[in-house]
Design a protein around this ligand. Structure first.
Ligand SMILES: Nc1ncnc2c1ncn2[C@@H]1O[C@H](COP(=O)(O)OP(=O)(O)O)[C@@H](O)[C@H]1O
Ligand SMILES: [Mg+2]
Length: 219
């Protein structure tokens, strides 16, 4: 078990400027956060509080206005290759089988066919979908598609997985099941996960839902 800081935000601020109306909107305001290596971290807060904004800054998709955000002590733009963003299941390629979807990142990296197949199977086994390798996304349930999306990102070999509202589009029962499965995948993956979830809280900003590490321990 490691307690090393993986993601550190210090005094992080982001203000969206609307040039058309000449107005601005501060979403992140002097935000501090530490996510430890191997942790499953959930940003929890009401809609519009800035969860997606934070994840986008972390993914290097939106620059902060001020403050620092680092991964392993490096600025996020230098650490991009360590980050994998899990988009919701519908971001899968519908014309490719599950196996081929998971192989996509490996193809881009130039991994040879036999190795690609082995790697893809390893991650499909991890998410419990090896038996569905030759199915197409439309033949799977929404929860299964989400697991394929996770396997695809894991195959890129990131240190950190980012997921924005991974359960957002799912019905209550699927959400419950996937939540359990996700914790199992996280435990076996030995990666740091940073996720978000909408929840009504009385506070205007997010709170941290859970910090988990080790064998699913809640701290
Ligand atoms: N590109 C943008 N330009 C201007 N305002 C934005 C932009 N993206 C998000 N916002 C605003 O910033 C606030 C936070 O949005 P967001 O990070 O998506 O919240 P959450 O993910 O917690 O629901 C919202 O008020 C939203 O309208
Ligand atoms: Mg959001």
């Amino acid at each position: 078990m490691s307690a090393r800081d993986k993601i550190v935000a210090r005094d992080l601020s982001l203000t969206y400027a609307n040039e058309a109306t000449g107005t601005s909107h501060t979403v992140l305001d002097g935000f501090d956060l530490n996510v430890r290596e191997g942790e499953f971290f959930v940003l929890l807060g009401p809609s519009g509080c800035g969860k997606s904004t934070f994840l986008n800054v972390l993914a290097g998709l939106a620059p902060q206005t001020s403050g620092e955000l680092s991964v392993d002590g490096e600025a996020v733009h230098a650490a991009r290759r360590k980050l994998g963003f899990v988009f919701q299941g519908y971001a899968l390629f519908p014309w490719r089988t599950v196996r081929k979807n998971v192989e996509t990142g490996l193809e881009i990296r130039g991994v040879k066919r036999a190795q690609r197949r082995l790697e893809a199977e390893r991650f499909l086994r991890l998410v419990g979908l090896l038996d569905f390798a030759d199915h197409y996304p439309h033949q799977l349930s929404s929860g299964m598609r989400q697991r394929v999306a996770i396997a695809r990102v894991l195959a890129y070999g990131p240190d950190i997985l980012l997921m924005d509202e991974p359960f957002g589009a799912l019905d209550a029962q699927t959400r419950e099941t996937l939540q359990q499965e996700l914790l199992g995948i996280w435990e076996q993956s030995a990666k740091t996960w940073c996720s978000s979830r909408t929840a009504s809280t009385r506070r205007s900003f997010w709170r941290i839902a859970w910090r988990l590490w080790g064998a699913g321990r809640v701290a």
